[in-house]
Every structure is written in structure tokens, then in C-alpha cells.
Design a protein around this ligand. Structure first.
Ligand SMILES: [Zn+2]
Ligand SMILES: [Zn+2]
Length: 121
């Protein structure tokens, strides 16, 4: 699956976790439920999230907004698959720290203004 190309860069335990998420519905449901109760800052400090972000950056090693290749971070477009993002890489966007700050500043603004200024998709 995902890891055939990057197998050497991920621990076996994480590869096994992802394989089970893909193959075992009960395991996937249970894991999603466990992460659903975790505050975001906790989830985003777990090795599983960090490896997911690492994987996303490997498959897209530049900012998707400006093309910069330094200081890359991973932005959630939404949290509908919190915990199993690794199966939904389209939920995640690789952005540099500057663009990422811009995205979240925009979220603080009232929505009519945000709509006018929103980045084109
Ligand atoms: Zn950028
Ligand atoms: Zn973000």
C-alpha cells in the first residue's frame, strides 16, 4: 500500500497500524472513537499523527499554496477523519509556516470577509 515506496522511513508498528486501519473495520472504528475524545493538541503530538504528517510531506514536498520547500507543516482542511487521516490524505494540505498562519488568521475573520479573501481552491 502507501508504504511500499517509503517502507524504510516508517516503523513497522506504524505500517501494521495502517494496514489494520485499512483491512479491519472494527479496529478502525475503535481507533477513531479513541482519537475523537482526544483534544487536538494531544492527537497532534502522538507518534501516529506525526508519522501521518511525515508521510503527507514525503508525497508532497512543497507548500501547496506558494511552492516553498522550507518549514513545511500539515494543515487539516477538516476533521471528519480525525485519527485516520492517513487513509484520507486529501483531507490534509502541505503548507509552509507562513501560508499556514495565513489560513488560520483567515478563520478568525467574519465569514463574509473570509469568503471574499479566501484562496481559490
Ligand atoms: Zn506557502
Ligand atoms: Zn492548519
Amino acid at each position: 500500500m502507501l508504504f511500499t515506496v517509503f517502507a524504510d522511513l516508517f516503523p513497522k508498528s506504524f505500517q501494521d497500524h495502517v494496514s489494520r486501519l485499512e483491512a479491519d473495520t472494527q479496529y478502525r472504528t475503535d481507533f477513531q472513537a479513541e482519537v475523537a475524545n482526544m483534544p487536538l493538541d494531544i492527537w497532534e503530538n502522538t507518534p501516529k499523527w506525526k508519522l501521518t504528517a511525515k508521510f503527507r510531506k514525503l508525497t508532497h514536498p512543497a507548500c501547496e499554496r506558494c511552492g516553498r520547500t522550507q518549514a513545511l507543516e500539515v494543515h487539516h482542511k477538516h476533521y471528519r477523519h480525525k485519527g485516520i487521516e492517513v487513509l484520507h490524505p486529501e483531507d490534509l494540505e502541505v503548507v509552509c509556516d507562513v501560508c499556514h498562519r495565513g489560513i488560520h488568521q483567515l478563520e478568525l475573520w467574519p465569514s463574509p470577509m473570509r469568503q471574499r479573501l479566501a484562496f481559490p481552491q
